[in-house]
Design a protein around this ligand. Sequence first.
Ligand SMILES: [Zn+2]
Length: 438
Amino acid sequence: MKPMRILLAAVVGASCVAGTYAQERPNAKPVNAIKAVRFGKLWDAKGKLWTNAIVIVEGDRIRNVTTDGLAIPAGAETIDLSKYTGLPGLIDVHTHMTIYTDETPGEPMLKQLAANPPAIEVFLARKGALRTLEAGVTTVRDLGADQYMDIAMRDLINHGEMIGPRMFVCGYGLYVTNTPYKPGMNSTAGGVADGVPEVLKVVRQQIAAGADLIKMYASTGTDDDVTGFQTYNYEEIKAAVDAAHKFGKKIAIHSYGPDGARDAVRAGTDSLEHATDMDDATLQEMVKRGTFYVPTIDHNRYYIENGDKIGYAPGYKEKLQAFIPRNLETARKAFKAGVKFAMGSDAIYTMFGQNTLELGWFVKAGMTPEQALRTATTNAAELLGKEKELGAVAPGYFGDLVAVEGDPLAEIEVAIYNVKWVMKGGAVVADKTKDRGH
Ligand SMILES: [Zn+2]
């Protein structure tokens, strides 16, 4: 393991990431460190906008939020961010952290993925993990990986061997025979399940492997394929939902079209990913059941901009461009109807770091900037079942903090583009406050 640690330190030193406890205090455990972080303004996601807030972080948790300088414990390290507005660490509820690629010239991203063994993919994925943190995202819900690379990455991050967002992972997503999971990708059959008995078996296998939640693909549609044909029938979907819930796990169901969405909602899914063209009855059912909608509007924007480098066949731009307005219109209708939203980017390939662009689409769909921020904080935490630990700045919550320059409640772009500093679990993981000439 030693060479890997040295390499990791070199990578950390070369990027914007600074101040992990391993560098600061080689032999000290972080749990003893106390930090007092001063913000000019602080949006705590608990309904309060503070002026001159001091957040006291002990180890990996927030001990107190105050405006009283005398409350800072003796010996605490003070971090002065009084030029900035503080936010809770943001949560992206739809990523594919282990499907990371770079922009090696002449090498289509789909080919890179097919060529790389899992161990190499996990090692490369640390770069996407850093970009994600730099965007202010300190927690992700990762929705589909091969070979349990997501579990490996989650555990490496939790053990401090890799620097990245806290990950909640699903192992293999369930899909029916003949659904090409990723064209050109050397995909194993770990998630294939047809019929109720196989669905039950594959759900149980993911949980046995250590998955935090279950993912099911209930329709076609991925990458440059925007068809939304339902793949699993209601009985299969219901079996997956009930099996996940019996183990105390949540389930996320993918559907590009309205049919899979309707059956996923009816079957009791916790979140619905992507879905377009949903009818009023489905939206009302989502409101009634408290189903989260994760529309992932921005990922098609990313595909349009990068399709040639990814390796899509010609014609992809028109198809994707036609899908975006349907996606946005469905989001607008859903928000108006009172459906709960959570922010998911569907970040993949080189999209890491662009995770929060989705918030701009949410404002276009009718949200205020504050309502948009809730989708990446309190709402996302509720979807994870972690609403008492994540998504807010309050005593007992994880020490996940973001400093932005400007007023994110007036302009959502501030939260998207002006992230200056990030703390995750009490450790500073990104710091651009000293960058010159911005
Ligand atoms: Zn996805």
